[in-house]
Design a protein around this ligand. Sequence first.
Ligand code: F0G
Length: 461
Amino acid sequence: MSESNYPLEPYKIKSVEPIKKLNQKQREQALKDSGYNVFTIPSEKVYIDLLTDSGTSAMSDHQWAGIMTGDESYAGSRNYFHFQKTVRDVFGFKHVIPTHQGRAAERILFEVTTKKGDYVPNNIHFDTTRANLEFRGVVCDDLVQDSAYDPDKEALFKGDMDIKKLEQFISKKNPQNIPFVMITITNNSGGGQPVSLKNIKDVSRICRKHNIPLYLDACRFAENAYFIKKYESGYSGKSIPEIVNEIFSYADGATMSAKKDALVNIGGFVAVNDDELAEKLKYNLIRSEGFATYGGLAGRDLEAVSRGLKEVLEEDYLEHRIGQVRYLWECLNKQGVPVYSPPGGHAVYLLGDRFLPHIPRNQYPAWAVTVALYREAGIRTVGIGGVMFGKTDKKTGKEIFPELELVRLAIPRRVYTLSHFNFIAEAVIRTYQKRKHIKGFRMVHQAPYLRHFTAEMEEIP
Ligand code: F0G
């Protein structure tokens, strides 16, 4: 396997966490005990954990040092003021409301801005975003451009929203029924693809014309900014902070899971410009999460977020990060493993339905791949397909499946090294070679929302 494209780490390792590989029999038992759901396998039984890039980053020595400076006062902690200043500097929003993670930011915002029967478009709603909105009776629509659903198309910025679809959507649903438009950067549920600045600007223009606020789901904003710098014309000479500033200048606010591009293990925020809205958000926060200067976090957590938000803007960090993902993608693509193209910012996505063409969608091929990879090598991944987004048609009782049946290999930030990546690539390739022996699954238990977290499965003999 060629090592030439593997980017050099812009850091050295100061602290390590041992990992152990279970033997075949132990892995088989772990699968059985978990109801064939890798979410419920204890992490100590996982060798390489690619379940998520969320909250799994290795913090820097500077962040850990910040932890020791935590001011744990109930109100007005100095770390909050540092956090507020950092978020204002990086994103440019006036009001900053800390939350314990991204979905709390979503809930706080949606509870004060939406009502039953509203419509909210996104390029593609992430699962918690959709669940939080649908829970309030809001109808969610995904208006990403069609190329996002074509995993072979090598286009740039496949996370872009389709402007025509948006205009039609607004005229059909009526701006009064659309409390806001959202764009997710990068587009996690569509191959981790970036959104161009041109697209953000165009969506913003349309929103402003109709007086509809635009909010960005900002989890992976720095990775998105790197793609803009690298591939969007007119931006190669701009710095990452300048690009980030421009991105958010077109929005009225943002929800953020700091567990991604703030390089921390917990944290999030909502940031907005509107004074009245900020007041409402604060009341909601105080009622349900914590006082306005901590929002469910400790002072030390806020400090780690502030420091992480600066580190993530370093270009050598981003070059390495995106390069790592591309390296794994190249190893797999070269060997003919079906992958979503081009590689995204935080993950490599396998095409579950092409990986296992003999397994029909109602036997969840992406899920079957996640089980097979754990069985083969103790690697944990996540299926982003029928189990996560499938729905039962109330009239016919039939299951409706999303367009893509993906298996996400999410890469934790600053955690794994070249030899891990080679191990992962070899294990995926081996599993692909044995694909004919892999079986489909039947769901024997499911929850009403976000069923993938707790679903229990049975392997179909
Ligand atoms: N929005 C996006 C685009 C996300 O990817 C996530 C989380 C959230 C919102 C919610 O943030 O987890 O802090 O509450 N994504 C994780 C993932 C869980 O694995 O992709 P959270």
